[in-house]
Design a protein around this ligand. Structure first.
Ligand SMILES: [Zn+2]
Length: 945
């Protein structure tokens, strides 16, 4: 009687599809999470546990998400989920940054396109439009973030523009006002004449810019030594338009200077024979060449310090610039380029301003917000600074002060928004002093207590805090929280009255920031102060102050959160942005940092390492990846990358990720298929399991340790590589491969099959949980395939505990050797198959020659099972092997001392398990199969009756 043996084989059975179809599957899972209110369910599950608060750095609400947003939020989500699954209550409140220039700019653009002037629009209406713009993009971004699988309190996010947030920002600023660290000053700030505002350092980009360069003579009026009488000091600058603002000249005390007498000049040269000029000796030749001086004699040499006390005249002396220009020592002067003298315009440079202030020199305001010279500037009033270079050069030439002019392309600050070149402009601004009340010292002490991932972040933030200037917090714009300060007309000092502050806070809380701009000042000043005695400040706050204060209106007041946060996590650029503004705001008001740890990640580059740009066509958008591959692929990319450096993404990398995904999915599918109908009664105790199963459990123990370490160190890519290798190499190519025979063909109640199914169940339990923070959609799909039910979610689970007694180092060492031997056998069988000697490994019965180091290991191992062969003969590796090496297969480098000869198995082929064995036909009921298979079929038939 011939049997249909195929139906007696336990082939894997599952509805879990091979192809994921993530782009359409993920939205279904999202809907399920929404319906079951997964975030709320997690909070219930986590009630009473220790809280973990990752405080979200607010993205700016002004456009679709780009790949950098995706990286940032996925990393946050992975960490939150890992914390939740390691026994914490990971509460995550996402937020948005809403005020500031980018949105204001967009609304202005809209008006410009409609040929309307922004200044004609009522300011309240303008701000309302900014608010609506932000609201629109918050909704868009919220959906896009959710689509990435980011779990958080999306129904109750925070924004910097709620009235409550605005009021708290006013209150926080009030703390700086009251303690005396908010000060009014005039200082050159980087200024955009296009946006008409001061820019923060984080808003500045450096690009190449071609400038006019000039060499200018400053005639000596008061000589510190007789040789200087009648001479002129030569300066060089790349910003001729700053000459009207010149008030001093700086030299380096240790620099060698030379006094030269011009003897002959080239035709058309600006220098004249007989002139005496002072320049740094090392730059003398360059200057002479530029100025067309063909012959000269060095009359005198001196050190910079010898020049102390010298005073020059302004080169435009006699044209309204009739003041003295002192020559001062400064340590920022060098001899890299120029003349070794720096022209000092205190209103147009940070170094200039500091030097002038130290010497009590004025820092005149020469330029208005549009970039035009003020009326009081002689010769140039009303001229735009970007058009002033030529007129200045002409005036200098006419005054006989110009020695040479030229062009230079160099790196120059530009606005990140309008891309327009910036200028340093002296403006009245509000500052938070770094030193007046010890803010710098407090902040530096706080930095020392913070943990940084990677650790290099500490030095970076520390260095920035150490050297940063006072924080310029004022902006001359409309869309933001006002600097709610009144300045006393007489004293010029800000009014520090807590009652006034409280009235302002109350008004903003009820009506938003419009209250400040639309109310009569008496509303805030109250009966105590006469409105006529004060000027109301109409500047708004730097948005970095808003976001720097999020801890005060998110972490502190929300009962579900905690202050300080456990972690802030953003791109490395935030050392000078949010990490720093939050640190300073909090140290200035609370004396400590609002976070205990900081994690920074790199930027996302294109596949070839280039910056992504529309013109290069290498931009990868998260929406595109999700549409083509699914969010889980993007998440895999994040956890598989070393985020501490810049990350790369592009078509090839995404293809690799999707291959990795397929391998993970196949592993999960194998587990589901072979656990079909698994019953608790099949479960076998670990002590009764074969060594192979115990080895798998040991690997689970190892991986569990790695997982917990990764969750502690917040570094996932080494873990992820290991998890992937485990699935691909340890399971698919080894354990599953070996156990297919028992799983498919073994007797249902055989100990090997029961042990295997018990371990598969463990594997499913662990792998599905371990993958949950990473590929959150697929993990859910997997979990539901095995545990269908309305309230079920893998994301309500924790990482399963791994019993300590799964660890077996001795066994692990032994199986390393076994796998080495197997590698040689597999190699030999593959070669035989390629040579068409065999079609399947089951046709072979290889002979393994192994030297003494393997003898112990080889004993008691079911080698045919391990090698998936019909038989294996083990022999000693002796001289005979060495001599006949040519006929044997070996991997002498990788696995020395092992060689394999492939021989064909002898016997009959079992029609059920396809092994070639000599007991096929031994059972008269089932003559086509081997003894094991006959038993299995008989057992199956009996069970079916
Ligand atoms: Zn068989």
């Amino acid at each position: 009687m011939s049997q249909d043996y195929k139906s007696t084989v336990f082939l894997p059975r599952t509805d879990f599809p091979m192809k994921a179809g993530l782009p359409s599957l993920e939205p279904e899972i999202l809907k399920r999470w929404d319906d079951m209110d997964l975030y709320r369910r997690q909070r219930e599950a986590g009630k009473g546990r220790e809280k973990f608060i990752l405080h979200d750095g607010p993205p700016y609400a002004n456009g679709h998400l780009h790949i950098g947003h995706a990286l940032n939020k996925i990393l946050k989500d992975v960490i939150n989920r890992c914390r939740q699954m390691t026994g914490k209550d990971a509460i995550y409140v996402p937020g948005w940054d809403c005020h500031g220039l980018p949105i204001e700019w967009k609304i202005e653009e809209k008006y410009r396109r409609a040929k309307k002037n922004k200044d004609d629009i009522p300011i309240v209406q303008f701000r309302r439009e900014c608010r609506q713009f932000a609201e629109k993009w918050i909704d868009v971004q919220r959906d896009e973030f959710k689509r990435l699988g980011i779990l958080g309190d999306w129904d109750n996010p925070y924004t910097t523009m709620t009235f409550a947030a605005e009021a708290q920002i006013v209150r926080e600023l009030g703390k700086f006002l009251m303690n005396g660290s908010l000060v009014k000053g005039a200082k050159p700030v980087l200024w955009s004449v296009v946006e008409k505002t001061a820019l923060a350092e984080a808003e500045v980009e450096y690009h190449d810019h071609t400038s006019t360069t000039i060499f200018v003579r400053f005639p000596v009026a008061k000589a510190a030594m007789p040789e200087l009488e009648g001479a002129a000091i030569v300066i060089w600058t790349t910003t001729p338009w700053t000459i009207p603002g010149n008030r001093a000249i700086a030299y380096g005390g240790a620099i060698d200077y030379a006094l030269i007498k011009v003897e002959r000049t080239a035709e058309g040269g600006q220098a004249a024979a007989g002139q005496t000029l002072v320049v740094a000796e090392s730059l003398l030749a360059d200057m002479a060449a530029a100025a067309g001086i063909t012959e000269y004699g060095v009359v005198h040499r001196c050190k910079g310090d010898d020049l102390a006390g010298t005073v020059c005249r302004h080169p435009l002396h006699g044209n309204g610039y009739d003041f003295e220009v002192p020559v001062l020592a400064a340590d920022f002067v060098d001899t890299d380029t120029g003349t070794g003298f720096v022209h000092i315009a205190p209103g147009h440079g940070a170094d200039d301003w500091e030097l002038a202030t130290r010497h009590g020199l004025p820092a005149p305001e020469t330029v208005d917000g549009d970039g035009r010279f003020l009326d009081e500037v002689p010769l140039f009033s009303g001229l735009h600074v970007f058009k002033a270079d030529e007129p200045v050069v002409t005036a200098l030439r006419q005054a006989g002060a110009l020695l040479a002019s030229g062009r230079l392309t160099h790196s120059y600050p530009h606005s990140w928004r309008s891309k327009a070149p910036l200028i340093f402009r002296n403006t009245p601004q509000w500052f938070i002093s770094m030193d007046k009340t010890g803010l710098r010292r407090t902040a530096l002490e706080a930095v020392d207590k913070i943990r940084f991932f990677p650790p290099s972040g500490k030095k970076r933030l520390r260095g920035m805090v150490e050297s940063r200037p006072d924080w310029c917090v004022s902006r001359q714009r409309a869309w933001g929280v006002p600097i709610t300060v009144f300045v006393d007309n007489k004293s010029g000092q800000p009014l520090r009255d807590p009652k006034v502050l409280e009235r302002i806070v109350e008004a903003v809380e009820a009506e938003g920031v419009d209250a400040w701009f639309t109310s009569d000042p008496s509303r805030f000043l109250g009966p105590e102060h006469a409105a006529g005695d004060f000027v109301q400040v109409m500047d708004i706050l730097d948005v970095w102050f808003d976001s720097g204060a999020t801890h005060s209106f998110v972490l502190e007041p929300r009962p579900d959160l905690e202050w300080p946060a456990a972690l802030y996590l953003e791109g490395t650029d935030q050392h000078r942005g949010w990490f720093q503004s939050s640190l300073l705001e909090s140290c200035g008001t609370r004396g400590q940092a609002p976070y205990r740890a900081v994690l920074t990640h790199g930027f996302v580059m294109a596949e070839d390492g280039q910056k992504m740009s529309k013109s290069l066509g290498n931009v990868v958008s998260p929406q595109e990846v999700i549409g083509k591959y699914g969010a889980d692929i993007l998440r895999l990319w994040v956890v598989g990358s070393d985020y501490s450096e810049d990350l790369r993404i592009g078509p090839d990398i995404l293809k690799q990720q999707s291959d990795i995904y397929r391998r993970l999915r196949n592993t999960l599918r194998f587990l589901l298929g072979n656990l079909n109908g698994f019953d608790e009664s099949e479960r076998l105790g670990e002590s009764e399991m074969p060594e192979l199963e115990r080895w798998v459990l040991h690997r689970l123990w190892e991986l569990d340790r790695l997982l917990r370490r990764a969750c502690g160190d917040l570094q996932f890519h080494p873990l992820f590589t290991e998890l992937h290798n485990f699935c691909a190499a340890d399971l698919s190519a080894f354990y599953f491969d070996i156990r297919k025979d028992s799983l498919y063909c073994g007797r249902a109640d055989s100990p090997t099959r029961r042990a295997a199914r018990t371990v598969l169940d463990r594997l499913f339990d662990h792998l599905s949980a371990w993958l949950a923070p990473f590929i959150c959609f697929t993990a859910e799909e997997t979990w539901l395939a095995r545990n269908p039910g309305a309230g079920e979610s893998i994301h309500l689970r924790q990482f399963p505990e791994v019993p300590e007694d799964w660890r077996d180092d001795v066994l692990a060492g032994k199986w390393l050797l076994i796998r080495d031997v197997r590698k040689v056998v597999t190699g030999a069988l593959e070669l035989a198959r390629a040579d068409k000697k065999i079609r399947s490994s089951l046709q072979a019965a290889p002979v393994v020659f192994a030297d003494s180091r393997y003898h112990e290991v080889l004993k008691g191992v079911d080698w045919p099972e391990i090698c998936i062969a019909s038989g294996v003969e083990v022999k000693a590796f002796d001289k005979h092997c060495a001599d006949n090496n040519a006929d044997l297969f070996s991997l002498p480098q990788e696995v020395p001392g092992v060689a394999v000869e492939v021989r064909l198995a002898e016997g009959e082929k079992c029609q059920r398990c396809w092994k070639i064995l000599d007991d096929v036909g031994g059972d008269s009921d089932y003559p086509e199969v081997c003894g094991r298979c006959a038993g299995a079929v008989r057992h199956l038939m009996a069970a079916a009756k």
